[in-house]
Structures are given as C-alpha cells and as structure tokens.
Design a protein around this ligand. Structure first.
Ligand SMILES: [Zn+2]
Length: 262
C-alpha cells in the first residue's frame, strides 16, 4: 500500500542521517478492566511497546485496574483530570478546569485525587488534561501540585512550563460527529508528515505521540493498531521512548551525585 511505502521512504531518510525517530504511545480514559483494556494491554505486551494509560481518578474500577497492572511491565499510568466532566461555559471548548479559575483551587482538586493514581503500578507524576486542554491557570496549578510531566495535544508544546513534556500528534480517531477510525491512509500520512517535519527541523529527539482511546475503538481501529505496532516492531527503525525517563525529573539524590561528580 502506497501509504506504507511512503512511510518507509521517510524512515529511510532518518536512517540515512544515522537517526531513529522517538515514538511514544498514550491511551486515554482508562478507569476499569474491560475486554477492550485487556486487548490494549495485550498489544503492548506482544509488541513490547511502552504504553501510558491516562487514567480518570474518579473511576470506580481503579482497584481492579491496579490488580491487572500489577503483573504487567512496560505499562505506565498518568492522571487524566479528576472526574473528566466538562465545566465549560456556553460557547467554549470542553474543559474540566476553566482558564478563569484560581490556580490554587484547581491545584487542590487535582492534588486531592492524585493518591488514587499514585497507588496504581507504574504511576508517573504526569498530567494529561481531558480534551487536551491547556491554559496558564492549569499550568500554574500543576506546578503547585508538584507534577513533573505534562502531555496534551499536537499544538500544546510550550516553553518555560517547568515540566517535562511530550504530546500526541497522531490520533487514530476522528471525533465528529461520533468517534470512528480515521483511516489507515490518513493515520500513516500524518505520522509520515510528523517525521518529515522533525527531520527537516533537525529536531531528531522530539517525541512523536500516538493517541488511542481503547473504549471507543471500532474493529478497523483495532486492526490498524495491531498492524502499525507489528510493522514498527518488526522494522526496528524507530525507538519507543521510556516514559519513566521521559516524564520524571531526575531524583534529588541523583542530581546531588552529579553535582558531586562535577
Ligand atoms: Zn479523556
């Protein structure tokens, strides 16, 4: 298929430059163990791809989720909002925390439910806002709440945020009017364009994020995800980043050791 061939050509260009693109995978809205979640975890394990689950803290099934993750490696957990309920004003985009709210109030709501996420195996101090929402009051709140990482949408990269960031650029789904698979050609073309953009900018280390939503995947989404992970796994020209390293600040003890060594 032409889209795979074009993606292969782009990977050839990276290889010719002696580089490997850095990909990562985020799946949103986990909150319980379901057949879809088990299928997702199965793909991550089968193709040895690290997976970040953005988990909704208010979900009722977190104990079951914790049990399911306890026997898995390579699965990481981020905090996905608080209850994932939109509190937008009329005419605004969906948001759990509005830009006109006090950062301290947002921080206290987020911090209050963090222990539920922290109790899960593989938890990272990483915040993923529902609807990829991103505004200054939220950023300030996340710093106040001690978050180390932030991940939102393709246009969310910020400077001076004071947190580790990696965002998602390749969404498998089209959302309006209802979620459905975006199409193999569209997903592969998007991935190829992101790779070309990074290469042409000399941004060799900039991560490219794949976004899935296991709860609403149709059969075509599952088939493509399996095909994509399988092909990239077999190809070995991409590197899957380690979320534990990407989103965590160096520990204070390690920083002190570095300072001593210097
Ligand atoms: Zn969500």
């Amino acid at each position: 298929m032409i889209a795979w061939w074009r993606l292969g050509r782009e990977l050839d260009r990276w290889a010719a430059a002696g580089r490997r693109p850095r990909l990562w995978w985020r799946d949103d809205d986990a909150g319980d163990v379901t057949p879809a979640l088990e299928a997702l975890l199965g793909l991550a394990t089968r193709f040895q791809v690290p997976l970040v689950l953005a988990v909704i803290p208010a979900s009722a099934g977190l104990d079951r989720l914790g049990d399911a993750l306890a026997c898995r490696s390579g699965i990481f957990v981020a905090q996905h909002g608080v209850s994932h309920e939109s509190r937008r004003h009329a005419g605004e985009c969906d948001t759990e925390f509005r830009a006109d709210e006090a950062p301290a109030a947002i921080a206290s709501r987020i911090a209050a439910v963090w222990p539920r996420v922290a109790a899960l195996p593989g938890s990272l101090k990483l915040y993923v806002p529902p609807w990829n929402d991103s505004h200054p009051a939220l950023h300030l709140a996340l710093r106040q709440a001690g978050f180390e990482g932030f991940s939102a949408g393709a246009t969310s990269a910020l400077t001076g945020l004071g947190m580790r960031q990696a965002h998602v650029q390749v969404d498998l789904l089209r959302w309006k009017p209802a979620p459905r698979f975006k199409g193999r050609g569209a997903c592969l073309a998007r991935l190829r364009r992101m790779l070309a953009r990074r290469r042409l900018a000399g941004d060799w280390a900039g991560p490219i994020g794949l976004l899935t939503h296991h709860l609403v995947h149709d059969a075509a989404s599952w088939a493509f995800l399996e095909e994509l992970l399988g092909r990239l796994h077999a190809d070995r020209r991409v590197e899957w980043l380690d979320p534990a390293r990407e989103f965590s600040r160096p520990r204070a003890s390690a920083a002190a050791a570095d300072a001593t060594a210097a």
